[in-house]
Design a protein. Structure first.
Length: 320
């Protein structure tokens, strides 16, 4: 009798425990995500990728758009900490100035995953991992394409104007650095002007207008840190009575559909790919982190280079 009662009690305990853990397991993972903004076609595709992947995975996503302002991202992260989300993920608008808020997340024991852009912090334990592209390599790829193209006109010096991304952002700093690294010491390639266009079409157009006003026909090449600025600049070039893609060689980064359309129209010469489709990978890594599985400190996205010659053929395969 006693034995029987004990067995029943034990069974009841096991049942209760199992119920409890399964109820626990069924509780959806909650990720707080702070997005940079909606400045470009790339960013829109990135947001869609993250939202879709969360939905598909049954993950609760608390999404905050920072409208390109670091202070808004800091506020969003603090609010995620207050809400005690399971994971904080964010794409930092700029590289520096994150130590304080990331220390707060660490103190609250909430793991932080960086997507797309890196941070510059003194203590790397302030984030678990970083998922995104190698922006220095993208800058190198853009320059390598130009070095090859310059071989077609061996006797001419090519004057380059550069449209930089958001000041202080990882992609702007790195794409400039990678490009400069490859053209350094090349007497035929000269950057004559370089200014930020904040990764937007409107700014890209405005700054290109200023470049054209100042330098006119001296400009042979435009290197834009993203497709949107290149597309804005293409308009400025056309309005100045010049032919983008011919009178001025246009090089950009991202590989969004708009860039492929511009290449097919003969107005853009090449785009270096940078994939925004980070959602599925982020969800998987977030699950691993919460399950205490060890994850690498860096996941680097694999990508290619698409010159205008292959644009029409590649266009149907593009996912963003
Ligand atoms: O290239 C640009 C966007 O951080 C890689 O941000 C991203 C960049 C992308 O605004 O279009």
């Amino acid at each position: 009798m006693t034995c029987n009662r004990r067995t029943v009690l034990a069974a009841a305990l096991v049942a209760a425990f199992t119920l409890n853990t399964s109820a626990f397991a069924a509780k959806p993972l909650v990720i707080g995500f702070s997005q940079v903004g909606a400045e470009s076609e790339w960013r829109t595709a990135n947001t869609v990728s993250i939202k879709d992947a969360a939905k598909k995975e049954g993950i609760t996503l608390k999404f905050a758009d920072a409208q390109q302002k670091q202070e808004n991202q800091v506020k969003a992260i603090r609010s995620f900490i207050a809400q005690r989300v399971d994971v904080i993920a964010f794409s930092p608008v700029v590289e520096s100035g994150w130590d304080t808020v990331l220390r707060e997340a660490k103190a609250a024991k909430i793991p932080v995953i960086l997507t797309d852009r890196a941070v510059n912090v003194s203590d790397p334990s302030l984030y678990v991992t970083f998922i995104g592209s190698d922006f220095v390599e993208e800058g190198r790829r853009a320059a390598r394409w130009l070095v090859e193209r310059a071989k077609k006109t061996p006797d001419t010096v090519l004057n380059i104007v550069e449209l930089q991304g958001t000041v202080g952002s990882a992609p702007a700093l790195d794409r400039k650095k990678g490009f400069e690294e490859i053209i350094a010491g090349n007497p035929k390639l000269k950057v004559i002007r370089s200014q930020t266009g904040d990764f937007t079409r409107a700014k890209g157009k405005e700054v290109m207008e200023a470049f054209l006003k100042a330098e006119g026909k001296k400009i042979n090449v435009l290197y834009a840190h993203n497709d949107d600025m290149a597309i804005g600049a293409i308009q400025a070039i056309e309005e100045a009575g010049l032919k983008p893609g011919k009178d001025i060689i246009v090089i950009s980064i991202d590989g969004v559909k708009g860039a492929f359309e511009a290449m097919i129209a003969g107005k853009l010469n090449v785009t270096v790919e940078c994939s925004p489709l980070l959602g599925p990978q982020l969800m998987q890594i977030a699950r691993d982190v919460v399950a205490n599985k060890p994850v690498p400190k860096r996941f680097t996205t694999q990508e290619g280079v698409f010159p205008a010659e292959v644009a029409a053929k590649e266009f149907p395969n593009r996912k963003y």
